[in-house]
Design a protein around this ligand. Structure first.
Ligand SMILES: O=P(O)(O)OC[C@H](O)CO
Length: 819
């Protein structure tokens, strides 16, 4: 422990980057002061943000998937990983001239050098006179009901179309973009310590943009700040600004004007305004407007998830706007376009963490006053840094071609033996519902197009998630909700963070911070706040951090942690299946009781249970990209468990005297040979499932291995508990059908009551949004049914034979999984 340390840990390891908020005073503490919690209340430490520190041994994320080999090899930047990161807010290193004038007015000098891109003409006329729009107007005028008799119906609809266009359209001003760029360079540094980008990724992006093809920027939606950040980053790299689709909820006085000038165009959240009939005029205007932009070679940005995530996990994407891009490519309106999956990772969200929505309260509507208040509030806060990762762009044409070879969507979920399944659940039945409820139904061209668009959307979101860099607050929150739920001393947390970083790097995932782990943890605690992570001092005078598990604070922690959860989701599913298959009781591990060291489980049992959990998690994670089958990924994960020695194969000799690395290499080699030599198509049964019987011993006697299994088992436990609560509530309360809204409200209350009475293991499991996803999953699995009755959506158990038995079986799986 150093004898003294500075409030800016960066000062210990070098200068900070970015402009420092002048309000943040630098203070020096003595070692005695170090554990004084009152002193720590005003402590503002931060990990090192030196761009050079990011160069060392960091995985470069975002490489294009193997299913698109041309895009993968086409535009690359040699040595991209070594280029490190750039803090966009620090413009001095980017200035060519080092004169006193240039360095004193660095932002201005830098801004003056950015080119103006244009023109961005008004497209309204081209849209309103387009054949598709005119036909839609004419059809709607013909269909207008009797109340319009005697009026000029066509004129009425034309007027409405012009109004829609006016409300929707952007009016980009290149000068305003330049002014905003300068303003953000000055303003953002008041609340953010850095806006980080990977230089290698930016080099690839710039090369792609220079090809002149439309770029389709598709970020995961985290914050309202996303809207301006992407345009701001692109402006810094002299890349033409995209048109940005924003929800009409953002169309608030004054701010909408700014957004329109930066490229924002406003679209309805629900295209048909809640009516029964499709609003073909609105649809045709939106469609044509976007096609016109693409035709001109302009780029687009929109959010596949629709709204911002409330849980921290990516939301299952919608294909609506993406279908316009694929249409433009398949109809030959444009030769091609590049999809750019991207993520924006915030240390701390500027607008809060949706805790009240997780408690079941309504979202506050955006308003002018609300926006002004929020801006004033954030000016006086410390929001850490933001990291933006751009994955390697890929060609839409190549994707569409390669998607023809993807496993048929039916196979993605229908992959297992159904009759003799160990769990007694009929997979084919559950999978069938995926087909009918999801977008997997194939058949006519329209359905095929929908399947393709859905595949593209899912592939993109999968790539976005793979490209996100967990920030320090995410990692601390994740550790406090998994490995260290009871809290931990600084030294144990440091050890856990080092371990977590290593695990993420092994899985080719970078983190959005650097510096010593102690600094990182202290800083993350400051960002999360005392209400979320509590501090105390142990008897040994060591600083201890403990998560606040009470409602609603735990939702903030869980929001941050969920950025990391996705990385371990698949392994966690397999861990749950292993625990269940081997009949282990994880509660015994926690109590450090003796556990039987000869538990065995068959591969078939693991895969079967894992498949069912994966089916349930369909609304929570995209576990595999559409070019892969989930079962292949599960099989690989089981093999990884063998490599990690969580599972021991009886036919392999484990010489414990041999070095662990050597042993793993031998297992890996044997696995490769086995697959090369012994794989035989005859081993697949009629359903396409593997029937190989392989028995494993679960290696719970070795502490290190057991703790790995324990960790993986706990990662998904809170989510699975939400599903368990839902399943139990359905069993107990859904005797008769009821309105869906009432059902969801009651389910939320039921979960919160259980939490208050300490009847749940994970407080975060009663988050309303995860409970809603659970209901959706049971609908997909045809356990629940919804239908319309007198303008109400009703919900009830399906009338299928054995539905209660199926539900009971899920309860059984979920009980073991959440333990
Ligand atoms: O997250 P929401 O639902 O508030 O929507 C925010 C989006 O930016 C919609 O435009």
């Amino acid at each position: 422990m150093p004898a003294e340390f500075s409030s800016y840990a960066g000062c210990r390891s070098g200068p900070q980057f970015g402009r420092r908020n002048p309000r943040r005073k630098q203070t020096t503490f003595s070692v005695e002061d170090q554990y004084d919690t009152n002193m720590l209340a005003s402590f503002k430490s931060s990990p090192s943000f030196k761009p050079e520190d990011f160069k060392v041994r960091r995985p470069l994320m975002g490489q294009c998937c193997r299913c698109m080999p041309v895009s993968r090899d086409d535009i690359v930047e040699p040595g991209a990983a070594e280029l490190g990161v750039r803090n966009i807010l620090d413009v001095k290193p980017e200035l060519r001239s080092k004169s006193v004038l240039a360095t004193t007015f660095s932002e201005l000098a830098y801004t003056m050098r950015r080119p103006l891109f244009g023109p961005f003409p008004d497209l309204s006329m081209a849209v309103l006179t387009n054949r598709r729009v005119v036909e839609a107007i004419q059809k709607t005028a013909r269909d207008l009901d009797a109340e319009h008799e005697g009026t000029d119906k066509l004129a009425v609809v034309e007027k409405r179309a012009a109004k829609i266009m006016k409300k929707m359209k952007a009016s980009i001003s290149t000068v305003f973009i330049k002014f905003t760029g300068w303003f953000l360079l000055k303003f953002l540094s008041l609340m953010l310590r850095g806006v980080l980008v990977q230089r290698g990724q930016m080099a690839v992006l710039k090369k792609t943009a220079e090809r002149g093809m439309p770029m389709i920027y598709l970020p995961l939606h985290r914050s309202h700040l996303d809207y301006i950040l992407v345009t701001f980053i692109l402006w810094n790299y002299d890349i033409r600004a995209p048109y940005v689709a924003a929800g009409e909820n953002m169309d608030i006085p004054f701010f909408s004007l700014l957004m329109r000038s930066l490229g924002g165009f406003f679209i309805r959240r629900r295209l048909d305004n809640g009516g029964q009939q499709k609003d073909i005029v609105y649809r045709s205007i939106l469609n044509t407007y976007m096609l016109e932009m693409l035709k001109k070679g302009d780029s687009l940005e929109f959010f596949l998830e629709g709204g911002r995530t409330r849980t921290g996990r990516a939301v299952i994407p919608k294909g609506g706007l993406l279908s316009v891009v694929t249409e433009a490519c398949t109809e030959g309106i444009i030769p091609d376009a590049y999809i750019v999956p991207m993520t924006i990772s915030y240390d701390k969200l500027l607008e809060g963490h949706f805790c009240s929505e997780q408690m079941g309260r309504q979202k506050k509507k955006e308003s002018f006053v609300g926006a002004c208040r929020a801006i004033l509030k954030i000016l006086f806060g410390d929001f850490g840094s933001v990291r933006i990762d751009f994955a390697q762009p890929f060609s839409v044409q190549e994707f569409l071609k390669s998607a023809e070879q993807f496993p048929h969507p039916t196979l993605k979920y229908c992959y297992s033996r159904s009759d003799s399944s160990a769990s007694g659940l009929n997979i084919s039945q559950s999978s069938l519902s995926m087909l009918t409820n999801g977008s997997c139904a194939a058949g006519d061209t329209q359905d095929n197009t929908r399947v393709m668009v859905k595949a593209l959307a899912e592939h993109t979101v999968y790539a976005c998630v793979k490209t996100q860099a967990p920030m320090c607050s995410h990692c601390l929150a994740f550790l406090l909700l998994t490995k260290c739920r009871q809290g931990g001393t600084m030294s144990s947390l440091v050890q856990s963070l080092d371990w977590l970083k290593e695990q993420l790097f092994k899985r080719k995932q970078d983190v959005g911070f650097c510096g010593t782990s102690e600094d990182v943890i202290l800083y993350a605690q400051c960002l999360l706040g005392d209400n979320v992570v509590q501090r105390s001092v142990s008897k040994e005078k060591e600083l201890c951090l403990k998560p606040n598990m009470s409602l609603p604070a735990v939702f903030e922690l869980s929001y941050h942690a969920n950025t990391v959860t996705a990385t371990f989701a698949l392994e966690s599913i397999v861990a749950c299946a292993v625990v269940m298959g081997a009949g282990l009781r994880p509660s015994m591990w926690l109590a450090n009781q003796q556990v039987s060291d000869n538990s065995t489980v068959t591969r078939e049992a693991i895969l079967d249970t894992a498949q069912h959990i994966a089916d349930l998690m369909h609304n929570e994670f995209i576990l595999v990209p559409p070019c892969r089958q989930i079962m292949d990924a599960l099989i690989d994960t089981v093999e990884d468990f063998v490599s990690m020695e969580i599972l021991l194969r009886e036919d392999l000799q484990y010489d414990m005297n041999v070095d662990l690395v050597e042993r793993r290499r031998a297992i890996h080699l044997s696995r490769t040979l086995e697959f090369d030599d012994e794989y035989d198509e005859d081993e697949e049964d009629m359903d396409g499932g593997y029937v190989e019987q392989q028995e494993y011993m679960v290696n719970v006697s070795v502490e290190d291995v057991r703790s790995k299994l324990q960790f993986l088992h706990v990662v998904l436990a809170p989510i699975l508990e939400s599903y368990l609560i839902t399943a139990c509530y359905i069993t107990q309360s859904l005797e008769a059908d009821m309105p869906e809204d009432d059902f969801l409200k009651k389910l939320g209350h039921y979960a919160q009551e259980r939490a208050k009475n300490k009847l749940v293991m994970h407080m975060e499991s009663c988050g309303v949004l995860t409970l809603k996803n659970a209901v959706k999953a049971f609908q997909n699995l045809r356990i629940l049914d919804t239908y319309k009755e007198a303008n109400l959506t009703m919900i009830g158990l399906t009338e299928h034979f054995g539905v209660r038995e199926r539900l009971d079986r899920y309860v059984e799986i979920l009980k073991v999984a959440r333990n």
